[in-house]
Design a protein around this ligand. Structure first.
Ligand SMILES: Cc1cc2nc3c(=O)[nH]c(=O)nc-3n(C[C@H](O)[C@H](O)[C@H](O)COP(=O)(O)OP(=O)(O)OC[C@H]3O[C@@H](n4cnc5c(N)ncnc54)[C@H](O)[C@@H]3O)c2cc1C
Length: 734
């Protein structure tokens, strides 16, 4: 190799060869000047458990150095479902690049260190590295990676370039405000500023043709992975290295419920992403999306694009292009789908709207930075939310050192509640079903995500970040902006103008969206024998006889629910306006900037109605509505909530304000459910990566909700996102 000018391309969340600006530029620009291209993917130490890559007999003594843990709950940052999905994604990318005549090398650790090893290796071999390129990301850890890479480049006199991330719906460069500072405070205003949506996305970039990229390097010229890590050669070994350590944390899960199936059975990778896109168009998933998107069961109630978008194997503009081809009748492959060639329909329009939400969450993150990870979020600077302020939220925590002195229940009890919340044994059917679905499959619907988040933050008043971190660990589609911004929004500390009143009744939501109870019965088989729907949705309301018949005697979901919501399917509403039927567009009645529920809003009117129903319930209570436990007659099988008379009464919430101390059965004495026996009353299916005792809510000194490994909390595991940042807020509250 007489002369070399190597370009190192660090891929991160742009794991695709099609519609990839970097690869497109290289394949279509003859005078780019590079002789070689080295695509590199680094499994990041801060965000994944890398202990499976350590070839070290003495691993146990320093496993924590390689085991990234979240900040508040000390959970693995990337659980088994996403770890596998990422392994599949990266392997697929390697194949795609090889098919183009290029390749991909895998590294683990820190981006800066990995790059440094490579550049020095080339230098030793007298090979010249001309530039390092990467695609820019939002998030402090991600920008820290960029800073570290920039420093290595500077030290070695190598050019460093950050490319725009083009996987979003609307390119930042086409916004008519200066992102991120000019981002409108509410989604609706932002939406108006970019309409008509259908005309906004840029065109998709063509895929490079074979042999159009600069040559790949001979393996002997590439410095090997630095110790103590070893990179496997085979896919099964790679998957094992990524999945095994975090699977151990989850431990022995209860058996996958009989009859249940994953709503997200899809593999990672660009090829799978495009298969799904084609299917969504051909099978009319997109066309029907507006009507089905609040579904809970099955693969087709929503697109399932999220995990592909998160890894950048699919871009929003590729989705838009497919929608256009269907709408305009130019994509012959979709010709058998209803509505083909008939222009934009309600379904395709709603898909675009959701993709715009994703853009918005990213811009929001870009604008507000690490406020995304603060307990008081965007409200942190508002005096009303500060210590002594009238809206101050004293989030309950399982960490005794951070709990306020008058916290009730105490930190130990909150730890136990969290344990049950995570495991899906709270006794609140919809919440439990969703949490179990998540553990088993890595996916749960948007509808249940909203309920789960609302339940933790608004009903239990627990620091919502435990939930956000639990999702970060388990979601296949975890995306830092979408996850944290959504959690913050639902917890009432984001930019939702109606955040204080947005209280969901999970029992009513179950009646609305799980009409025959099959979702809850599927994922919570213990309650499947209960006949009455209201009992399925809240097992503690069942009669003694039904509990006995259902085999639920002594089950804490019945004897000791984490939260009871008084609820009635009887009684007369005060007037017909307060029926349960969803009233589409209701939120618009509030109008203007304060109507954050525009067409296609993620809460799409149902939640607005829900929030109103909660308020209505309160009004109703004070106006004398009756609160009843259960109707005298209720039959197993579908119940049409719209045919039931009377309001669903939320009696347990004195006022729809941020939680300052909602009741959580403080006297609750947690007992292990039957399937958790043999582990001293807890154990269950959570287990620490370094042994069998991880994920113990409180340690003997009651200091924190965390795996027990015998080391002080602050030194355990690789610290997470927020602890890396100088401006990092305290853990308990902002
Ligand atoms: C508490 C909570 C946590 C969430 N965490 C994540 C996360 O980590 N990653 C993630 O991608 N989504 C997250 N969402 C948003 C949403 O639930 C998922 O995007 C959606 O359920 C994924 O399924 P789908 O691809 O079939 O979505 P569809 O309903 O088919 O929507 C199409 C696409 O639009 C985007 N989208 C839809 N809703 C939202 C939304 N509310 N916010 C941002 N983008 C949206 C997604 O990219 C999605 O793939 C979260 C929502 C809540 C309430």
């Amino acid at each position: 190799m007489a002369y070399s000018n190597i370009l190192i391309y660090l891929l991160r969340k742009d794991l695709r060869v099609a519609d990839n600006p970097v690869l497109h530029y290289l394949s279509s620009t003859p005078d780019h000047g590079f002789t070689h291209l080295l695509p590199v993917y680094v499994f990041p130490r801060l965000q994944m458990d890398l202990s499976g890559f350590v070839d070290d007999e003495d691993l146990d003594s320093h496993r924590h150095e390689f085991s990234a843990r979240s900040r508040v709950g000390r959970f693995p940052r990337c659980g088994p479902h996403r770890a596998k999905f990422i392994a599949e994604t990266v392997w697929d990318l390697k194949h795609s690049l090889e098919a183009l005549g290029s390749g991909l090398i895998l590294r683990v650790g820190d981006h800066g260190a990995a790059l440094s090893t490579l550049v020095e290796g080339f230098k030793d071999k007298k090979l010249h590295v001309g530039a390092v390129w990467t695609t820019g990301l939002v998030g402090s850890e991600e920008t820290d990676q960029e800073t570290a890479v920039a420093e290595v480049c500077k030290d070695h006199g190598v050019d460093f370039k950050i490319w725009a991330d083009e996987k979003y719906f609307i390119d930042d460069r086409d916004l008519n405000f200066g992102p991120p500072d000019g981002l409108p405070p509410v989604f609706t205003t932002y939406l108006r500023s970019v309409e008509p949506l259908r005309e906004k996305p840029r065109s998709v970039l063509p895929m490079p043709v074979k042999s159009s990229l600069p040559a790949f390097l001979e393996e002997s010229t590439i410095a090997p992975q630095a110790k103590p890590f070893v990179i496997p050669d085979r896919y099964d070994e790679l998957e094992d290295a990524l999945v095994r350590p975090v699977k151990e944390f989850i431990g022995d899960m209860p058996a996958f419920p009989q009859g249940a199936s994953s709503a997200h059975p899809f593999k990672g990778g660009e090829a799978a992403a495009h298969d799904r896109l084609e299917y969504v168009m051909r099978a009319e998933v997109a066309k029907n999306y507006k009507d089905t998107r609040n579904g809970l069961i099955g693969v087709d109630f929503s697109t399932k694009f999220s995990a592909y978008l998160a890894q950048g194997t699919l871009t929003a503009r590729q989705i838009h292009e497919a929608l256009l081809g269907y709408e305009d009748g130019s994509a012959e492959g979709y010709k058998d789908a209803a509505g083909f060639g008939e222009g934009e329909n309600e379904g395709t329009k709603a898909v675009r709207n959701e993709l715009l939400w994703r853009d918005y969450m990213r811009l929001y993150h870009k604008k507000f930075g690490n406020k995304l990870f603060q307990a008081h979020g965007l409200k942190a600077d508002d005096p009303q939310y500060q210590e002594g302020g009238e809206k101050r939220i004293n989030w309950k925590t399982a960490d005794e050192s951070r709990a306020s002195p008058d916290q009730s229940p105490d930190a130990t009890a909150v730890g136990k509640i969290l344990d049950r919340f995570n495991a899906g044994t709270t006794g609140m059917g919809l919440i439990d079903a969703s949490q179990r679905e998540l553990i088993h499959t890595g996916y749960t619907s948007n509808r249940t995500r909203q309920n789960v988040a609302n339940f933790l933050a608004k009903h239990l008043g627990i620091d919502w970040r435990y939930g956000a971190e639990w999702y970060e660990m388990l979601l296949i589609d975890y995306d830092v902006s979408s996850n944290w911004a959504n959690w913050q929004y639902v917890a009432g500390v984001g930019n939702d103008p109606r955040s204080e009143s947005r209280l969901f009744n999970p029992v009513k939501q179950a009646f609305d969206y799980d009409k025959d109870g099959s979702y809850v019965r599927t994922w919570v088989p213990e309650v499947s024998k209960l006949e009455k729907l209201e009992n399925v949705f809240q097992a503690c309301t069942a009669s003694e006889e039904d509990i006995k018949e259902g085999g639920l005697e002594g089950n804490p979901m019945v004897t000791d629910p984490v939260k009871k919501i008084q609820f009635s399917v009887e009684g007369k509403p005060r007037n017909n306006k307060r029926s349960y039927a969803r009233r589409k567009g209701r939120g618009k009645q509030t109008g203007g900037e304060h109507d954050e529920k525009g067409e296609g809003h993620k809460d799409d009117g149902d939640d607005a109605a829900e929030a109103e129903a909660s308020q209505g319930g309160q009004r109703g209570l004070s106006q004398g509505w009756r609160s009843q436990h259960s109707p005298p007659k209720s039959s197993h099988g579908p119940i049409d909530i719209r045919k039931l008379e009377g309001p669903l009464v939320v009696a347990s919430h004195p006022k729809p304000t941020p939680p300052t101390g909602p009741s959580m059965n403080p006297e609750s004495s947690y007992r292990a459910p039957a399937n958790r026996a043999g582990r001293g009353g807890r154990g269950g299916f959570f287990r620490g990566g370094s042994g069998n005792r991880g994920y113990v809510p409180p340690n003997p000194t009651g200091r924190g909700y965390r795996p027990v490994t015998g080391r002080p909390m602050e030194n355990r595991g690789v610290s997470s996102r927020a602890t890396q940042t100088a401006a990092q807020p305290g853990v308990s509250s902002a």
